[in-house]
Design a protein around this ligand. Structure first.
Ligand code: F6P
Length: 314
């Protein structure tokens, strides 16, 4: 998010605008916590993970009264346009303000990559790079001790991170919410590998899977595999990696585009990247819609021998 805030600030100032940051997300908006931004404050932020403006979850903003209060605070501070960076919840809040007449543009900021309408969100690539470095490190113990590791990655309702990282770490199984896990098949994969000179395996589990990775680990153990099964939960380190080149560029492009969009009178939409090109997508076309996993990634995973579980009938 920091590279996006830097880009918004610089592009805004360059276009003759006054740019204010809101501290602490929607809560900060309700609490009137504004911070004037300038080139100096955002200097170097292209290299930093997270958001120096800080953020929070804000239940009050979900209520009508919270949204009306937010509009009042914005009016008092003479704000003409708002740029919101976040996932589904944040952009749903942005749409609520847009519907009440405010000029709002959204940027997709969730590592889960579950926002419909954009191929990638800000931070996804960095999170994936962090995950693959950590899983590569886990391999050393897995190989030396002939173990199976169950590694939990983020993804509340989406298996995107788990699926992509399974492919790019050469792991054997992805347990993701989009497919029904099949413990018998997983045990068979481990058994076959163990008896075929591959005595270590890694299973990536999306945290959103029913019961989580700990439950998975227990189930696999009950499946009587020949080796020790250990659990590693990667947790919030996944959100702390130094932004990759891809993310720095994506966030910079999206931030600049959001400023230009507001200036040209666009509102009520999210900046998206579709087939490598920047686009604006109406909030109404993208929110409340379920983003599926890329079909080619599922096919690739299956074709290179990754166990994904069974298709869930819809
Ligand atoms: O929504 C993005 C996400 O990274 C999820 O994958 C994860 O469940 C959640 O955020 C963690 O949020 P928090 O830090 O508030 O627990």
């Amino acid at each position: 998010m920091n590279p996006a805030i830097r880009s918004i600030t610089r592009a805004g100032i360059n276009q003759g605008l006054e740019v204010l940051g809101i501290r602490n997300g929607y809560q900060g908006l309700l609490d009137d916590e504004f911070l004037p931004l300038d080139n100096h404050i955002v200097s170097g932020r292209v290299r930093d993970a997270g958001t120096f403006l800080q953020t929070s979850r804000c239940p009050e903003f979900r209520e009508e009264s919270g949204q009306l209060k937010a509009l009042e605070v914005l009016k008092k501070n003479r704000i003409d346009g708002l740029i919101v960076i976040g996932g589904d919840g944040s952009l749903t809040g942005a749409r609520a303000l847009h519907r009440r007449g405010l000029s709002v543009i959204g940027l997709p900021g969730t590592i889960d990559n579950d926002l419909f309408g954009t191929d990638m969100g800000i931070g996804v690539d960095t999170a994936l790079n962090t995950i693959i470095s950590l899983v590569d490190m886990i391999r050393a113990t897995a190989a030396s001790h002939r173990r199976c590791f169950v590694v939990e990655v983020m993804g509340r309702g989406s298996g995107y991170l788990a699926l992509m990282a399974t492919i790019s770490t050469g792991s054997q199984v992805a347990v993701i919410p989009e497919f029904r896990m099949n413990i018998a098949k997983i045990a068979q994969v481990l058994h076959n590998r163990f008896n075929n000179r591959h005595n270590n395996s890694v299973i990536l589990v999306a945290e959103g899977v029913c019961g989580g990775a700990e439950f998975m680990q227990r189930l696999i153990e009950i499946g009587k595999v020949e080796q020790e099964v250990r659990l590693t939960v990667l947790g919030h380190v996944q959100r702390g990696g130094t932004p990759t080149h891809y993310d720095r560029l994506l966030a910079s492009r999206m931030g600049e585009m959001a400023v230009l969009a507001l200036l040209s009178g666009e509102r009520g939409s999210m900046v998206a990247t579709v087939n490598g090109r920047m686009q604006l997508r109406d909030f109404d076309d993208i929110l409340d819609r379920r983003k599926g996993l890329p079909g080619d990634a599922i096919r690739l995973a299956r074709n290179i021998g990754i166990e994904l579980g069974d298709v869930v009938e819809s």
